[in-house]
Write a protein that binds this ligand. Structure first.
Ligand code: ZN
Length: 298
């Protein structure tokens, strides 16, 4: 049994928590929108918890056949929050999986527990949602943004969308949900990670990482059309199909390799802490943003 004290403590102040995600059902589709456009939908832990709540709501609503995940504003998501005023890494959080509280844990344990739950745990849980999910991606889909898009069944991108995992600059071998070599051919995944450059939507389409690339002003209409078509299929047929693909990916080693790489990821965080006193090699949000800008062509 969960203790009442723990629950009370973790939900204290929930009334004043800003809404970082919006939820709306239109017809048979649940529209879940990341809603921090002023920070390019950077993901803090409350946003991720709210996102999980929205997914649960959509799963439990019998009227909802399809779930769309998008981001308000110019960008889908710039990744995990590493520097906004609402960053909440050390704030107690309501935990959705069975990991214990990360706050006050010593050494490498704090970040390991937090990321098992909120990053790897959440993404796996969302990948297994028994309804079809479509990521609607415009602008930046960077690092933690990739994790959200990759956890969906289909990805529809606008022509201005780009994909990037620049965290090797932080001395870390890719984001926590290590699907890179499943989403991209291995040679390209090496380049994607080692150089950390932006991959434009049309190039991502070429490798099968996205299902469609459409003009920005037609993005939503295309997603609506796809969602409405999916809604005509058998609910159970879709759920089983989704499980079938997940099953095949796991047989190809996706789950096992993710577990393995997650530990390399945490070796890197711990190494960074020892050498620089910082998880990400001393880089802050501004330093990453500056480093991420495309280099001037010579
Ligand atoms: Zn990490």
């Amino acid at each position: 049994m969960a203790t009442t004290d723990q629950n009370t403590e973790n939900t204290a102040g929930a009334d004043t928590t800003p809404e970082f995600v919006s939820y709306e059902v239109k017809g048979t589709t649940a529209w879940i929108m990341l809603n921090r456009p002023e920070y390019s939908n950077a993901q803090n832990y409350r946003l991720l918890n709210q996102l999980d709540d929205c997914f649960k709501r959509a799963v439990e609503d019998e009227e909802v056949k399809v779930i769309v995940l998008g981001g308000e504003g110019k960008h889908f998501s710039a990744g995990h929050d590493i520097g906004t005023p609402d960053r909440d890494r050390m704030m107690p959080r309501e935990r959705k999986t069975l990991w214990y509280d990360h706050v006050d844990k010593p050494g490498a344990e704090l970040q390991y527990v937090l990321e098992q739950d909120a990053y790897l745990g959440f993404c796996r849980r969302w990948q297994e949602i028994p309804k079809p999910t479509i990521a609607m991606v415009q602008g930046a889909c960077v690092a933690g943004g990739l994790m959200l898009a990759w956890a969906c069944d289909l990805i529809v991108a606008s022509e201005d969308a780009f994909f990037q995992d620049p965290v090797v600059r932080m001395g870390v071998p890719g984001v926590e949900y290590f699907a890179h070599a499943f989403e991209l051919p291995p040679r390209i995944a090496r380049e994607f990670l080692m150089l950390g450059r932006r991959m434009p939507a049309d190039r991502a389409y070429m490798y099968g990482m996205v299902n469609a690339v459409v003009p920005r002003d037609e993005l939503k209409a295309n997603v609506v059309e796809m969602a409405d078509e999916l809604a005509e299929r058998s609910r159970f047929g879709l759920a089983l199909t989704k499980q079938a693909i997940n099953f095949v990916e796991d047989l190809r080693g996706k789950r096992t390799s993710m577990d393995g790489v997650f530990h390399m990821h945490h070796l890197a965080h711990a190494h960074n802490q020892l050498l620089s006193g910082n998880l990400v090699n001393g880089l802050d949000a501004k330093a990453m943003a500056d480093a991420n800008r495309p280099k001037e062509k010579k």
